[in-house]
Design a protein around this ligand. Structure first.
Ligand code: SF4
Length: 350
């Protein structure tokens, strides 16, 4: 299987457009909290949900780059900013060398970005219009983006892509409604709708979290199939087992920040940051013999709100290894070798 090399932080700024498809530099996405006029007068300055709070990473062409973390970590917001569903608050996003953070979202279609960048959503039930037949659902982006010149051409493309996502014979699925399909088949339709435009970059947001465990691997294999055809991915997940199955490199997010990153195999098999260790230790082990050997690392409480994240290391109120410095100062990102880096004072104090 293709495995892209990891891009170290020190190289990020110097990377040329030949080396990456997507490069994110110091990205912030804050959402203002709505308050009444009286509340605003009493409490003073504006309050924000700091969903994404200064992250940087790069995705090479043909790579499956994973962004992982619990819900509330900021990974889905990052994905939405990259596909142009949200404007960044601050920071720069380069796509194929072009700074797209400076381009109005309303201009994305004009310069072809809406066709080149697609998203696969988590919920195949919500993402498909129940009143449209599958053929119309998949043909819609072709028509909106003026990729086809006739209904017949659109239909031909739909039948071809249905075959590619293994909904065969395609004529049998094209004229059904979403409720006449199983969850797995609906997710294949979501993949088909994203891929029919032959995009270069796809954000896949938890694409298998709502389908039966028995068919997850076959949906992930579809993503890998389109990667072999040249698609680059940002794969968003809370599930490190699927991250390991499809991913090349991974960044672990906690409360809007990246806390650990590196080649996915290394990060999942030798996690260093206490947060990553807790995530890895929660992956179920099928054999009870090994389950006993596997030591579980538990964090205290729940992920706090991103309105007022803890000072210093954001994990400190939940971390079993927290020290004095952790609540005072934010840990720097430290390269621990092999393209693996971690932001934790346990690695910065020697
Ligand atoms: Fe835990 Fe401190 Fe490391 Fe944060 S910096 S993860 S609180 S040990």
């Amino acid at each position: 299987m293709y495995r892209a090399g990891y891009i170290g932080l020190e190289r990020l700024e110097r990377m040329t457009k030949e080396e990456y498809l997507v490069k994110v530099e110091n990205l912030y996405k804050w959402f203002p909290v709505r308050r009444s006029i009286i509340e605003a007068i009493i409490k003073g300055e504006k309050i924000y949900v700091k969903a994404v709070d200064g992250i940087s990473f790069a995705i090479r062409r043909g790579e499956i780059f994973v962004l992982a973390g619990e819900s509330g970590s900021g990974k889905t917001t990052t994905g939405k900013v990259l596909v142009g569903l949200e404007e960044p608050t601050r920071g720069r996003i380069f796509y194929d060398g072009m700074d797209i953070s400076r381009i109005k979202l309303s201009d994305w279609k004009k310069i072809g970005l809406r066709r080149k960048i697609q998203m696969i959503f988590q919920d195949p039930y919500e993402g498909l219009n129940p009143r449209q037949k599958i053929v119309d659902i998949i043909a819609e982006p072709l028509i909106v983006n003026r990729v086809v010149s006739s209904k017949r051409e659109a239909e031909e493309k739909v039948l071809k892509i249905l075959e590619e996502v293994k909904l065969t014979p395609p004529e049998e699925f094209a004229y059904r409604y979403p409720h006449q399909l199983s969850g797995g088949q609906r997710q294949r339709v979501s993949v088909a709708r994203a891929m029919v435009l032959e995009p270069e970059f796809v954000v896949a947001d938890e694409p298998v979290s709502m389908v039966d465990a028995s068919i997850r691997a076959s949906i992930l294999d579809l993503l890998i199939y389109f990667r072999e055809k040249g698609v680059t991915y940002l794969y968003i997940t809370h599930d490190l087992a699927t991250a390991r199955y499809v991913g090349d490199n991974i960044a672990i997010m906690y409360l809007g920040k990246i806390v650990e990153r590196g080649p996915v195999e290394k990060v999942v098999s030798e996690p260093q940051h206490p947060y990553t260790r807790a995530l890895v230790s929660s992956i179920p082990v099928p054999d009870p013999k090994y389950a006993k050997e596997k030591k579980r690392l538990e964090l205290r409480g729940e992920i706090p709100t991103a309105v007022n994240p803890p000072r210093g290391c954001r994990l400190h109120p939940r971390c079993p290894f927290a020290m004095d410095i952790c609540s005072k100062s934010e840990p720097p990102e430290v390269d621990i070798g092999g393209g693996h880096s971690v932001s934790c004072w346990l690695y910065s104090r020697s």
